[in-house]
Design a protein around this ligand. Structure first.
Ligand code: GRG
Length: 320
């Protein structure tokens, strides 16, 4: 099927992310805060002794992140006709695993960073052993959060499908493999296929999951879910190429993290492989590909929802 070339309408480009998605952001923030509220049923002794660990969990997850992956899941699912209540748990589960990956990525044995989201990294604020445990807790909690999705019993198999692919993208089919390859290729020769593989696992897998889980929760058949997954891979790769560019061109005050670390650690990145200008061209090409893929999805309204165009536009033009 061929489509008229799609572009991001100026009306969608002009809308700031925080304003456009304020309802979704509020819903995700509230649900995350509920998930991370210290349990009332704990004994006073446990409540007292575990208070610093709960604080560290909230420090890692609340207030400062863009919540991009949950917003992708919720906005896509709503556009496909799913109720918000069916989307929020999985949206928050992705954020928990994303936060876990950042906490562990910042550890001295990984990328060794002191600054994240404009504040000291979790191990700097709470100590290294607590940061490891925060990551462990977030990862395990995330699966229980998906299990709490209020889908009718006859749709239980949908949740099993979502959990199965979430397990894959959180482990060897995504983040863990990506991080392994990312570290293994520091100060090593690499080519574009290897780089695309690293970025695909390390970053795009969670984007892929956000889009395809939205389709599954909305009750879509396999084919459009596969199309959504492909869109997620493309947008996720674009996101990481832009992340690599911002690491070289932005400022710590804007990005909320240390700048120039990729070059310092001799990471495998698009600017290192192609140069800055060609890396920008690569991101633009991926952006155009996203628009084509968006247009091929069978949206119930018959047209690509403007909010999703705005979301893709935000990812492609982001400054932080
Ligand atoms: C999930 C079991 C498990 C292990 C994790 C440490 C690790 C293995 C993976 C690290 C993956 C990683 C750090 C990828 C980088 C992705 C990236 C560019 C993150 C920044 O995303 P933003 O900009 O962050 O959306 P905010 O702060 O807005 O949430």
């Amino acid at each position: 099927m061929s489509h008229a070339p799609l572009s991001i309408p100026l009306s969608a480009q002009a809308m700031p992310y925080e304003t456009t998605f304020q309802d979704t952001l509020k819903a995700v923030r509230e649900h995350l805060a509920e998930i991370l509220a210290s349990p009332q049923h704990a004994t006073p002794l446990a409540q007292g002794l575990l208070a610093p660990l709960w604080d560290a969990l909230r420090y890692a997850c609340l207030d400062a992140g863009k919540l991009l992956r949950p917003v992708i899941l919720v906005e896509t699912g709503l556009a496909l006709g799913a109720p918000l209540a069916h989307l929020l748990p999985t949206a928050c589960a992705i954020e928990l695993v994303h936060a876990q990956s950042l906490v562990h990525d910042d550890l001295p044995c990984m990328d060794d960073d002191d600054l994240r989201r404009g504040k000291p990294t979790v191990h700097k604020a709470y100590g290294e052993s607590t940061a490891v445990l925060v990551g462990d807790a977030l990862l395990a909690m995330a699966f229980g959060v998906i299990a709490d999705t209020p889908l009718p019993p006859e749709r239980a198999s949908t949740l099993l499908t979502v959990v199965r692919s979430f397990s894959q993208v959180s482990s060897m089919g995504g983040l863990v493999s990506g991080q392994y390859l990312d570290i293994a290729h520091e100060k090593q020769p690499f080519d574009e296929p290897v780089l695309a593989l690293i970025h695909g696992y390390k970053t795009a897998a969670l984007f892929e999951f956000a889009f395809s889980a939205a389709g599954q929760l909305a009750g879509l058949p396999q084919q459009p879910c596969t199309q959504l997954a492909q869109l997620g891979q493309t947008l996720g790769l674009a996101f990481q190429v832009i992340d690599d560019i911002l690491d070289e061109t932005s400022e710590a005050a804007v990005l909320g993290k240390t700048i120039g670390k990729d070059r310092l650690q001799e990471k495998a990145t698009y600017p290192a492989l192609l140069g800055l200008e060609a890396a920008k061209a690569k991101a633009a090409t991926l952006g155009e590909q996203c628009l084509v893929q968006l247009a091929e999805i069978p949206w119930p309204s018959g047209i690509v929802p403007e909010r999703l165009l705005a979301l893709v536009g935000f990812v492609l033009n982001r400054q932080h």
